[in-house]
Write a protein that binds this ligand. Sequence first.
Ligand SMILES: [Zn+2]
Length: 190
Amino acid sequence: MNSRKVVSLIIFIGGFTLILFGGIYNPYSQPVSLAPGNYVAYSFHMKANETREFVFEYLDVFTIYIANETGYQAAMEDGNFTACYYTASGKYIAIKFTAPKDGDYYVLIANFNTKGDAEITFSYGRKEMENLIILGSLLSVLSLALLLLSIRRDKERPKYDSRCPYCGAPINSSWNYCPRCRYPLGGDRQ
Ligand SMILES: [Zn+2]
């Protein structure tokens, strides 16, 4: 294997790893543990009209709020959740939330309904992981192009494996005559 092939293999492995990594961690799932009466907030920066999917699961009822900066501050300062964009209670909540404008949005998960601890699984798509998959795909395509180029170069390049015993020019042992001095090599006849 020549260096060009090694480089294309390394690029391919890199690209493939990125695709794998992006695929495994997207959507990203994380466990959220909440004592009764507690809530936790996750912030997401979103562009105007950008949609993100949030999925929440638990055996008991819990509550989800989505707020912008103002709504989040109101909830944190005086426990007033009415300024939130979105409120839902249930055991399984899947939300496709579209940001009305550019800014930070807060996903609040609350355990106001159960007397015990809530172990909620929170899953969401991650933009950076989607970007990893795109980058990985580009690298894989690039590595394939490099490999094809390398194979083509190999075919074009004559293979010297010996030297002419008369003039010392690089030759291939299957040749009949030295291309420089016409010395008979007799490659194929022997
Ligand atoms: Zn020669």
